[in-house]
Design a protein around this ligand. Structure first.
Ligand code: GLA
Length: 477
């Protein structure tokens, strides 16, 4: 509606523009009035992004994570249609609208297209439906989408798109499903985009609670709420280096998934030689006393001996004899990312030692962090965050010079702990800071890091995160 002015809004419309969540998405509301001709029959769903406090690249290794949901989200304004089709338009310019018929096979767009995250969600629900019903009988909808989660910043804007698609689709079709199951459906569905991701982002987007972190364990999925201790603030700093999930970062991410799987296969061979049973233990996150039936010191010693026995890098040809497999079998088993997608063997070799060591120690840091937070040991938690950053930089090699510099600046300004959050190769840094120190720390980090990039102080990409509730329909009462 061109020329639509604030004064011309009706009392009903003003209600939406003042709503605690919807007021963050005024363009969406304008477009609802313009495209849907008002709010009649329109429902709103939100899915928040997340910031992971600790536990990076542990989820696909069945190790724990400790994130919270952001107070930034994707919002869908949806209205049922009677056309057996879904049509979704983004209110931001530059995003082609996405349409698909519910009876169709769903093929992806070219890699990097935002619509693939929506299609991942549709396909996830359609595949689920085909398991339980003969004809899907689903009805379609029209949606407008808005988001305020910075993109390619390691804050899960793309998983939030998948979650928002799935919960809208399920809810409009009155399909009831526990949130845990929705989280699993979304995590599986997102593999459609070609990244072999774990289940953290979707689980926290759905299961988060206000003012708290969520400790998430996998296989089976379970959550524990960890309140944020009084007096500390969670700060997010964007490094402004974009970590596009579709490009370089995707290939690097998938490579690490493969390196961990290869590492675990070698570790199982190592245990076998020592006549230690490891049946049912297939992931680094499962190397635990209860599962291996060994005490923690013995396991730590075994892991150290194993790591010391590894070469700095391996080709598939090096690994084949060690794993008693042919090169081709090994490629088929380990390099497969999607139904028709294989990782290209890295020319510098698989770096198994560092990857394994990061994941093994990171899982322990998550457990220790939970204890620190529950006992109010904020300084202890900060140290674990900084140790995690070091491990990500040196062993997992997912940090960047800007992120290293930012974390140093935050620590020099008095932060308790600071680390890269998310998949890495760019994106954001998360830090914990005493609440009363926030203004001075913000100023110092601005001076040390952002000023030289010619960013005006008021535009410095630093903000305090208020952990929020998980995804769901936005209550309009
Ligand atoms: C991405 C993935 C998650 C997780 C993180 C790294 O966000 O989607 O599953 O692996 O990277 O911790």
């Amino acid at each position: 509606m061109k020329g639509f002015s604030v004064e011309a809004r009706t009392a009903e419309q003003l209600f939406y523009y003042h709503h605690p969540i919807l007021k963050r998405h005024p363009l969406l509301l304008d477009k609802v009035i313009e495209n849907f001709r008002g709010f009649q029959g329109v429902r709103f769903f939100k899915a928040p992004g997340r910031v992971n406090m600790i536990g990076e690249h542990t989820d696909y290794n069945m190790g724990p994570v400790l994130p919270c949901a952001l107070d930034r989200e994707i919002v869908f304004a949806v209205r049922l249609n009677d056309r057996n089709r879904i049509h979704i338009a983004n209110v931001e310019p530059g995003f082609e609208p996405v349409a698909c018929y519910l009876s169709q096979n769903i093929d992806p767009y070219p890699r990097g297209h935002w619509g693939n995250y929506l299609k991942a969600g549709f396909k996830g629900v359609l595949d689920f439906r085909s398991l339980t019903e003969k004809s899907n009988g689903l009805i379609g909808f029209d949606a407008l989408v808005s988001g305020n989660i910075p993109r390619a910043a390691g804050l899960s804007s793309s998983s939030a798109l998948v979650v928002a698609t799935v919960i809208s689709f399920l809810s409009l079709n009155r399909i009831e499903m526990p949130k845990m199951q929705v989280a699993e459906l979304c995590a599986e569905a997102e593999h459609f985009v070609g990244t072999a991701g774990g289940g953290m982002d979707q689980a926290v987007s759905l299961l988060a609670q206000k003012d708290a972190l969520v400790k998430i364990d996998f296989n089976p999925l379970r959550t524990e709420i960890v309140p944020v201790p009084a007096g500390i603030a969670i700060l997010i700093f964007d490094s402004l280096v974009k970590a596009e999930k579709s490009g370089f970062a995707r290939a690097q991410y998938n490579r690490r998934v493969v390196e961990c799987k290869l590492g675990m296969a070698l570790f199982k061979k190592f245990l076998q030689k020592k006549a230690i049973a490891s049946d049912g233990i297939d992931f680094i996150g499962q190397i635990q006393p209860e599962l291996l039936r060994l005490d923690k010191n013995t396991i730590d010693r075994l892991v150290t001996t194993f790591l010391n026995s590894l070469a700095p890098d391996y080709s598939l040809a090096d690994l084949a004899p060690q794993l008693n497999e042919s090169d081709t079998n090994l490629a088929d088993t380990f390099l497969k990312i999607g139904s028709n997608d294989y990782l290209t063997e890295p020319t510098d070799g698989f770096k198994i030692r560092g990857r394994f060591r990061h994941v093994y120690t990171e899982c322990q840091r998550v457990e220790a962090s939970q204890k620190c937070l529950l006992s109010g040991d904020v300084a202890g938690f900060g140290q674990l965050m900084s140790a995690s950053q070091q491990s990500m930089a040196q062993d997992y090699e997912i940090s960047t010079p800007e992120i290293d510099q930012l974390t140093r600046a935050i620590m020099a300004a008095g932060g308790y702990g600071a680390r890269l959050t998310g998949a890495g190769f760019g994106g954001a840094v998360v830090a914990i800071v005493a609440q009363e120190q926030v203004p001075s720390l913000r100023e110092q980090v601005y001076q040390d890091h952002y000023r030289e990039k010619n960013i005006p102080a008021q535009d410095a990409p630093i903000w305090v995160c208020q952990p929020s509730d998980g995804a769901g329909e936005i209550v309009l009462a």
